[in-house]
Write a protein that binds this ligand. Sequence first.
Ligand SMILES: *Cc1c(COP(=O)(O)O)cnc(C)c1O
Length: 456
Amino acid sequence: MDNPLMFYSTNLEAPKITFREALLKGQAPDKGLYLPVMIPTITQEEIDSFTDKPYYQIAFEVARKFLVGQIPDDDLLHLVRDAYDYDVPLEPVYERKYILRLDQGPTASFKDFAARMMGRLMQYYLNREKRSLLILTATSGDTGSAVASAFYGLDNIRVVILFPESEVTDRQRKQMTTLGKNVTVLALKAKFDDCQALVKQAFADPDLNALNLSSANSINIGRLVPQIVYYFYAYAKLRKKGAIDPPVISVPSGNFGDMMGGVLACKMGLPVKKFVIAVNENDEFPIYLQTGDYRKVEPSRNCISSAMNVGHPSNLARLVALYRGVMDEQGIIHKQADLELMRKELFAVSISDVKTRETIRKAWETHRLLLEPHGAVGWAGLMKYLASDPTSDQPGQLCISLETAHPAKFPQEINTILQVDPELPPSLKGLEGKTEYAEPLANDYAGFKSFLLGIF
Ligand SMILES: *Cc1c(COP(=O)(O)O)cnc(C)c1O
């Protein structure tokens, strides 16, 4: 087999390792995030060949560049075919503006794309090595359900999910708690930050080493690679319609995993005119891009696009690294990024809740475009960008804005604004009658630890 692509840690103090190792480890021992030492390229010919390929085949072509020598082609093809058995619609809105709907997976959020491939890759390696793993994850909603669904029924993997009882919607909770089998869900009367603190403490506890803990959150490189694919796929669909110019792409962002997928796609060779990074009122990144001065928003601000309430994006260290800077896990900059290049390639914008609601209403009234709060932040960011740059505010400018969740996941908000009830996708139907399996857990590490030790 070919020499594998190696991955380094953004804190630069951990040994380089292979994709398999980085996937099973999650975070690097120096608390940095793994990135490939060299970004593989996709040639123009390959991009052209994508126009007639189904989604899973593009996923195969992109992933194998990162997985050289790490998995035979046949196995990888089988795996992505199994993971991507749903539609990825690119919906025209007006002129050459499109919405890429990433909400057709089993839990109706874009997190399915990453979780399904990551789960299958982990299982592939664990089965061959006859090992098992305990995935531990704290969630404020979408990650938990995507991970629970993606890992449900897989051999050799136990999943334990912690969630703050009062911070997730009924639908989000039922997506996690109605599974059972290898998925254990713990409900806490606490905040998301408390859940995350318990999980972090467990990872740092040597008494739990034998459990083989791993994380499934967006710091895992195994989640990033699958998120490169849909950018190539969307462009391939536009090429098929005859487009040859680079699009503006807007990404509603929280922890910046989705956006990192896009920026990596671009560095691999995808033509992009500009990335719009649209955040909610957690505006630490737009301020950093403008001033070069980075300050976390602490505590993070609560907005209606709840999956993006992030005051310090965990993937920011990766973005800084791609622009030749060094930022540690605390957000301290040890070497400044090439801000000039960043500003040339990226446009960052913060969208208020007022603007988000107005965007949901206007998009519906003007274009019959149904958006939920996250997608609305992306769309509003795109409109702000077009208005800010007179050279790009052309009717002809090709644009793609990402919709990261299905509107039916946010029925109250949408009904209040539009008096419309979004129709449930098949994946969300039938949750009502199902039995829920959730166990209460006190917000206390000793209790959590003995629970974990008692699982096996
Ligand atoms: C997680 C999530 C986001 C934010 O994605 P990041 O990769 O964390 O930036 C946006 N929208 C929805 C619906 C999400 O679940």
